[in-house]
Structures are given as C-alpha cells and as structure tokens.
Design a protein around this ligand. Structure first.
Ligand SMILES: [Zn+2]
Length: 172
C-alpha cells in the first residue's frame, strides 16, 4: 500500500510518453511476429510429415538393397517384416523405427524432446542436482518417460564417479 503522500506523488507523475505511432509500430511488429510463428509452425508440421515419409523410404530402400536370399519367388519384404527395434518411449505413441537416428528425430520433432545430446546433458545435470540436493535444472524440452532411470542404468561408470565425487549413494 502506498501512503497518502506517495499516492499523491504517484498520481502527479506523468505517464511514460506513448504516442500513437509507437503503438502502431508495436502492433505491426506483434502481427509480423505472430505471422512468423504461424509460418514456423507450418514448417514444423511439414518437416514432421517429411520425416515420416523419409523413414518409410529408408525402410523400403533397406529392403531393396538387402541381398535376396536364394528365393525363387521374388517377393519383396513389407515394411512390417523389417527389424524395428527402436520404439518411441511415449506411452500413447506407437511409432517404432529401424534406427535410433530416426527415433531421435521423431522424439525431437513430435515430442519436443530436444536432441539426444541435449537429453543426455540434461540427465547428467539432473542427477548432479540430486547428488547435491539441489532443485532440478529448468529445461525447455521434454524428457521421455523413464529417461533418467534408463540413463542411470546405462551409465553406471558415470554414476559411480558421481557417487565417489559426492561420497554418497543415490536412489531414484
Ligand atoms: Zn513418439
């Protein structure tokens, strides 16, 4: 609350100069930026579609260049028969890819998951924060479900070094 004296001073002050042309300029900038965001959003959708298409093409290509075993029947393997081990970790997403490169691109574009390197760097920062009892660092992209747990399991040497450095064990 302002005191009476402060209120009088506050009301007596001139508001910052804001001419009509300044407001118009700001509005135009704002509209331009909104349009740019719309355009980028459309580009992103297009890229995601292309990614799907490329993934299909790569799968088909692998199928075609695989040496045909001595089969008398020339039967091309369908996409479903290709070994696809790289499953999207998001529960409601059923995408499975033939390579981790494709899966990582998918996570980046469809789930705003950042790049593989970004995710791993973040996992390290989060684990370090846990060791130091600090709050989890902020991040602009999403970590897939169980990412920290999986990282923990698959980077035992890194965890061991952390445990040594902080001289304590950590349970997730
Ligand atoms: Zn997915």
């Amino acid at each position: 609350m302002l005191s009476d004296k402060e209120q009088v001073e506050f009301l007596g002050k001139k508001p910052p100069a804001c001419t009509k042309s300044t407001i118009e300029k700001l509005m135009m900038n704002f509209q331009q930026i909104s349009r740019n965001i719309d355009d980028l959003d459309q580009d992103l959708n297009q890229l995601a579609k292309r990614l799907d298409y490329l993934e299909e093409s790569i799968t088909e290509h692998y199928t075609l260049v695989q040496p045909q075993k001595q089969e008398t029947k020339k039967k091309r393997r369908t996409a479903n028969l290709i070994k696809r081990d790289f499953q999207c970790p998001y529960e409601k997403c059923d995408k499975i890819y033939g390579t981790d490169i494709s899966l990582n691109l998918h996570i980046r574009l469809k789930h705003n998951g950042g790049s593989k390197i970004e995710r791993e760097e973040l996992a390290k920062k989060i684990l370090e924060a846990k060791f130091q009892d600090e709050v989890e660092p902020e991040h602009s992209f999403n970590l897939p479900p169980n990412f920290i747990e999986d990282f923990y399991i698959h980077h035992q040497e890194y965890i061991n070094n952390l445990e040594k450095a902080y001289n304590k064990k950590i349970l997730l």
